[in-house]
Design a protein around this ligand. Structure first.
Ligand SMILES: *[C@@H]1O[C@H](CO)[C@@H](O)[C@H](O)[C@H]1NC(C)=O
Ligand SMILES: *[C@@H]1O[C@H](CO)[C@@H](O)[C@H](O)[C@H]1NC(C)=O
Ligand SMILES: *[C@@H]1O[C@H](CO)[C@@H](O)[C@H](O)[C@H]1NC(C)=O
Ligand SMILES: *[C@@H]1O[C@H](CO)[C@@H](O)[C@H](O)[C@H]1NC(C)=O
Length: 380
């Protein structure tokens, strides 16, 4: 991790040096940057929060580096927790990370035109290039549906393996250059940092896209029928996104897991409740931007926990709002009456909104089939 941060900083310094090079003796500076000996102060202080230039010349916000909370090791039963959970406790107070790739104009209309109706917010990770590629060509394509704008962002952290991490960051930069759909922050992209990723996204949303109407907040391995989704949202009683909406696969009376070996373990010190408040499975949640901003406001006073979707339920509960169920969201796969029926028959998916665990080939097939005007689902 140190080497990753170190080399990123060096790169940024190198960029600034090249700029100065137009004023000063270029050859001399290139010599210096090549030898990585310049240590310019590239971020000017601005009362805690600072503005730093990023590669695409936008403004990103950065904060002082968040320090490890060493006294977390004194919490009860600490030694019985997994290394990952211990790591989570050391850093879960950290809420601000600099952006490496930003997209501040994502919600500005193509020609000063209408606001974004549906923003697709897809949790991805540095190594999932192939999943992003297929989504761009299928349900997550930026387009107009029924005259409504669909836009897309992938939300991503970094990988803390020195060489591979650097290489994947480079790939993300190239993707950004080509598609302008990456939001990347400088934190370790891991399961226990998903809540952090979600909160950082909401912060971005408030700053850059508060006038969008709706979000689909989901994983990069779901199949989302975004055409249906636009129709469903247009039929919704308030289709400007100014009212509460939070739907998906509803989870009620979900107990907190106390087995330390479990991926879903939550320590008593972090949260001593027996059950989580109702929430929707994080694979695919449809919400109004209004609700998203309320959740963000609530999150400021709720400690980050390891389970990102349950955390959203906690924020809703604090605001006195409820999540709701939608039959079209099936995050645990789908069930068919007989094994002799093709499980990828597109007619099973015609009226679905989100179905979990689809990979490239089937994603592509299903999207093409569902958009085929000759698709005939009338039973013989
Ligand atoms: C650090 O951890 C201790 C023990 O869990 C906790 O009491 C304290 O509030 C934490 N400090 C920060 C800054 O989160
Ligand atoms: C979350 O990200 C921070 C910043 O990169 C890192 O220090 C921490 O170890 C990560 N936490 C987990 C549980 O991966
Ligand atoms: C510590 O672990 C014991 C045994 O698993 C459990 O009963 C107790 O509630 C835990 N205490 C805390 C504060 O996590
Ligand atoms: C769809 O298929 C049914 C049954 O095979 C047939 O009766 C109907 O005419 C078809 N509809 C269209 C629009 O092709």
């Amino acid at each position: 991790m140190f080497s990753l941060r170190g080399s990123r900083k060096r790169k940024r310094n190198a960029g600034i040096c090249l700029l100065l090079g137009t004023v000063l003796v270029a050859g001399y500076l290139i010599y210096l940057t090549d030898h990585k000996t310049i240590n310019l102060q590239d971020v000017k202080s601005d009362g805690g929060r600072t503005k730093a230039p990023t590669k695409n010349n936008s403004i990103a916000y950065s904060w002082p580096k968040c320090e490890k909370n060493v006294s977390a090791a004194n919490s009860k039963n600490f030694s019985t927790f997994t290394v990952n959970y211990q790591d989570f406790l050391y850093y879960h107070h950290c809420r601000h990370f600099p952006m490496l790739l930003d997209n501040p104009d994502k919600c500005v209309g193509a020609h000063g035109s209408a606001d974004v109706f549906l923003l697709l917010v897809i949790k991805s990770s540095p190594s999932n290039y192939d999943r992003r590629e297929v989504l761009r060509k299928t349900w997550a394509e930026e387009r107009l549906v029924n005259g409504k704008q669909i836009r897309r962002v992938f939300i991503i952290g970094t990988m803390d393996a020195a060489w591979e991490g650097e290489r994947l960051n480079k790939v993300l930069e190239l993707e950004q250059h080509q598609y302008n759909d990456i939001l990347q922050w400088d934190f370790k992209d891991s399961f226990y940092n998903l809540t952090l990723k979600q909160v950082l996204f909401f912060e971005w949303l408030e700053r850059n896209c508060p006038h969008a109407s709706f979000l689909l907040n989901g994983d990069d391995d779901v199949f989302a029928n975004t055409n249906n989704m636009v129709e469903y949202l247009q039929a919704h009683k308030d289709s400007n996104g100014n009212k509460h909406l939070f739907v998906g696969n509803l989870m009620v009376y979900s107990p907190l897991i106390r087995d330390t070996w479990s991926k879903y373990f939550v320590s008593v010190e972090l949260n001593n409740a027996e059950y989580f408040p109702p929430y929707c499975s994080g694979a695919g949640i449809i919400m109004s931007v209004d609700t998203a901003l309320v959740i963000y406001e609530m999150s400021k006073s709720i400690e980050i926990i390891t389970i990102d979707d349950a955390y959203l339920g906690m924020c809703l509960a604090k605001a006195g709002l409820s999540p709701a169920s939608h039959m079209g969201v099936q995050p645990h796969g789908w069930y068919l009456p007989s094994r002799r029926i093709d499980q990828y028959d597109p007619c099973h998916f015609k009226d679905k909104l989100v179905v979990h665990r689809f990979f490239s080939t089937n994603m592509f097939y299903m999207w093409k089939k569902l958009n085929d005007p000759n698709l005939n689902c009338t039973k013989k």
